[in-house]
Design a protein around this ligand. Sequence first.
Ligand SMILES: C[S@@+](CC[C@H](N)C(=O)[O-])C[C@H]1O[C@@H](n2cnc3c(N)ncnc32)[C@H](O)[C@@H]1O
Length: 245
Amino acid sequence: MTNQVLQDQIAYYRARAGEYDEWFYRVGRYDWGAERNAQWFAEAETVYQALHQAGKVESALELAAGTGNFTKELVKIADHVTALDASDEVIAINRTKTSPPDPLSARSEGEKRASVTYQQADLFNWQPTEQYDLVFMSFWLSHVPPEKLDTFLQAVRQATRPGGKVFMVDSLRDQTRTSTASNHAEYDPESIYHTRKLNDGQEYTIVKVFYDEALVAKLAEHGFTASYHTSGDYFWWAVGERLRG
Ligand SMILES: C[S@@+](CC[C@H](N)C(=O)[O-])C[C@H]1O[C@@H](n2cnc3c(N)ncnc32)[C@H](O)[C@@H]1O
């Protein structure tokens, strides 16, 4: 079943591309009221700050970059970003967040932005060919089923230069049930599958795994020293370094 769901997961995000940001920006079915929304944005800001604290790098690889809500931050801390996703539809939206329409306006903001190379690829059939100073992923690891985690982390290790960093951010199993859409079913603690709906009611099954602090030991098995942090109700992040050798 899982392989079929992983194909469905790609189809879901392709179909959802134009409405994806309603989730991150708390619009429509994801609007849980001013107080909850304010907390969400404050926690997102905490994660952005943690990413910036990880420091500047020359090269960054972003896995499952999506519509660019973190690519737009990575371009401020890296000289070059490679952003990979299975969906051309989200890549098209991502481009709009990383390339200012008017180069003069970017200069007047006084902000240096990285160049971005986009790659369309399926991460379950992916072999990295280069090494990066930073490998980053947001809201991706939760879509990797446990039986594919080791293979995926091996590829992440290959993509990280010795001494390079890994940064992951994803969803906490939030007790308020306000991280997802108001018409989505509650997560079943016994299942890695979740049914998602688009605005038009179309349904897809995806994988959603709430990896917890045990990830630190798993990352150690793959040659990373890492620490695990939470922002409150909504997000966890792990930041680590690939051991040399
Ligand atoms: C939850 S979104 C996260 C997007 C973005 N990182 C963010 O923080 O908003 C998951 C992303 O994974 C991508 N995706 C799904 N299956 C994939 C696969 N097999 N290989 C690569 N990307 C995939 C989707 O297209 C989508 O952009």
